[in-house]
Design a protein. Structure first.
Lengths: 164, 437
């Protein structure tokens, strides 16, 4: 699978309250959550992005609460993936579990500028920065996380394993 | 081989070869928790999975505590969805409004948490239970759904950072100050993916409620879990809460001090267990702490803050809404009045704590001081309801997060502190050292 889009940059420690504020947690409708994605740090984020665009952030992206509404909101507003220096752990597993493509690369997180056009080959984990003509290798998923990613999320992985 | 307490707990929950930090495991879960915000997604995912019945109706806990008593129609619908699922699946541990409390205060109080258990919760503060020597960590709703269907969850066994607290705590310094100080030292990702094991002479004497506060905030340093080895203080607490239930989960003979020791002493980390890092913190150096906006790691000593007026004071939450927290607040508020410019909101974390506060006369002290006492709810901590901040307002709160917009408007501010500092600030109307009131 390849994803391609224009990038939107965020800093370190972007927390789940910023990704989707708690006042919207009275629903889990992806479209509705998506329309409020990143609202408290970038008011018109969901309107200005185009489907397929990619978020690039610093360290500890998605820290804070366990709300799965955060990766759902990111998917729901049309973002196709997130590249960061590092991810907070619950966000990380939530993204893997619901099939939101995420990539860890300190080099990419530092080098990519807002508005760069990038292409990511999810299989090889290589990010190609078309604007800067640079390539970055992202970290491999460890252990059986790669299998969950390959299955497109936890539910498919469990179905394949078979429910006891 | 030598193991940390965390590795030992995992080894009791996986089949086959012994596992160590870094290993990927598919582990058996003892208790799986959800709330009115996270369970609705889990219910949806459970149905998408094609599952019909939960793995064990006695090992699932559902607590409507975030937006309840329902704050609006959509929240009422989410709570209803969870209630109907609980009825349909005959979930034993579903706690309705009137019986419920803030989940992380409620579960220990109900005797559901024991040393050595492996617990997941679709709530990031599930790490609280590590204070009772359980491995407990926050997960998402899809993880919870998968666990409901299978009884298992996937993990990477975390490496452990050992935090050793020495010295003597100053007056007014409590578990909240220790953990805020620690997060201030290591940063909000200082323990990313790690287990934080709290130990040392200060911890060995620390009461359970303050231990719960410390483990609760492990997540604010990025930690996967916070954990404290079981000791006499743990056993005393677990024994008391289990035996006081109408239908205790264990027999009295199983809960003698000797039986507790025999069952749980072996969980303690081995002397030569491998730690990723060790950090010593001298508690004697620590003043009451305040975390400034907008990260829990922006900590300073309260005395550094001169003339910082507040509009609202919140005392409560899964971090500091227990009876000992209310007692400290009452000690300071007794015979005094909340500053006329300030709203002081107090949230006993569970119905039992609420009742105890009434019996001890604490509620009367609060009402006489012009504070309000609310039904248990997570409410304002996450900007849900019952105390939302307007643009430009500032609160000091005993809660756990001070992110942008956490308690309301994106241009409002939250300062985090202990109950003592919060109560003192309510009296003066500005952030204040408890000694000054």
């Amino acid at each position: 699978m390849k994803i391609q889009g224009k990038t939107w940059r965020f800093g370190d420690n972007i927390n789940t309250d910023e990704i989707i504020a708690a006042r919207y947690l009275n629903t889990f409708d992806a479209q509705e959550l998506g329309s409020h994605c990143m609202e408290d740090i970038d008011k018109n984020f969901s309107q200005k992005i185009a489907p397929g665009d990619i978020i690039v952030a610093g360290k500890n992206f998605g820290c804070g609460s366990s709300r799965e509404h955060a990766p759902i909101a990111i998917k729901g507003c049309g973002i196709s993936g997130v590249v960061a220096e590092s991810f907070a752990r619950i966000f990380y597993r939530n993204a893997v579990n619901i099939g939101l493509p995420i990539f860890v690369s300190a080099e990419a997180a530092e080098s990519i500028k807002e508005g760069d056009l990038i292409e990511i080959d999810a299989q090889s984990g290589v990010i190609c920065n078309r604007t800067q003509s640079k390539n970055y290798q992202t970290d491999k998923f460890a252990g059986f996380m790669q299998d969950i990613v390959n299955e497109g999320g936890l539910l498919n992985w469990i179905k394949k394993k078979g429910i006891k | 081989m030598s193991y940390t307490i965390t590795e030992k707990i995992f080894n009791k929950h996986v089949k086959g070869e012994k596992v160590k930090a870094g290993d990927f495991v598919y582990a058996k879960v003892d208790l799986a928790l959800g709330n009115d915000v996270t369970a609705p997604i889990a219910i949806d995912q459970f149905k998408k999975l094609g599952a019909k019945k939960v793995f064990d109706r006695k090992k699932i806990v559902l607590v409507p505590d975030h937006f309840t008593p329902a704050k609006d129609i959509k929240s009422a619908a989410q709570a209803k969805l969870m209630r109907e699922f609980s009825q349909e699946q005959h979930i034993r541990h579903y706690y309705e409004v009137g019986r419920m409390g803030i989940e992380h205060a409620l579960l220990p109080e109900l005797g559901l948490i024991e040393p050595g258990k492996l617990i997941i919760g679709a709530d990031s503060h599930t790490c609280t239970y590590g204070a009772l020597a359980a491995f407990a960590t926050g997960v998402g709703s899809t993880d919870l759904a998968a666990c409901w269907a299978t009884g298992y969850c996937w993990f990477r066994v975390p490496a452990t950072i050992k935090f050793v607290y020495t010295g003597k705590m100053k007056k007014w310094v409590c578990g909240k100050d220790l953990i805020l100080y620690t997060i201030g030292k290591i940063g909000v990702d200082g323990a990313l993916y790690k287990a934080m094991e709290f130990t040392g002479p200060v911890i060995k004497k620390l009461p359970v409620e303050e231990r719960l506060t410390m483990a609760n905030m492990a997540i604010e340093a990025g930690g996967k879990s916070g954990i404290i080895e079981p000791d006499e203080i743990t056993y005393e607490y677990v024994r008391e809460v289990i035996l006081r239930q109408d239908v205790p989960l264990r027999k009295k003979t199983e809960m003698s001090l000797r039986a507790c020791r025999e069952r749980w002493d072996e969980l303690k980390s081995d002397k030569d267990a491998v730690y990723e890092a060790r950090m010593e913190i001298n508690a004697s150096d620590i003043e009451p702490q305040v975390a400034l906006p907008h990260l829990p790691s922006n900590t300073v000593s309260v005395s550094k803050l001169k003339n910082m007026p507040v509009d609202q004071v919140v005392i409560g939450s899964c971090t500091n809404g227990r009876i000992s927290d209310l007692r400290v607040a009452a000690k300071i508020l007794k015979g005094k009045k909340v500053h006329p410019r300030v709203r002081c909101l107090i949230f006993p974390a569970t119905q039992a704590i609420y009742l105890q506060a009434i019996k001890e006369g604490l509620v009367e002290i609060f009402v006489n001081a012009n504070a309000v006492v609310s039904t248990p709810t997570c409410g304002p901590c996450l900007g849900g309801h019952m105390g939302i901040l307007a643009k430009g307002e500032r609160a000091i709160a005993t809660t756990n997060r001070n992110f942008v917009g956490r308690m309301g408007h994106p241009e409002s501010e939250v300062y985090l502190s202990s109950p003592a500092v919060a109560a003192a600030s309510a009296v003066t109307g500005k952030i204040t050292h408890p000694d000054a009131v």
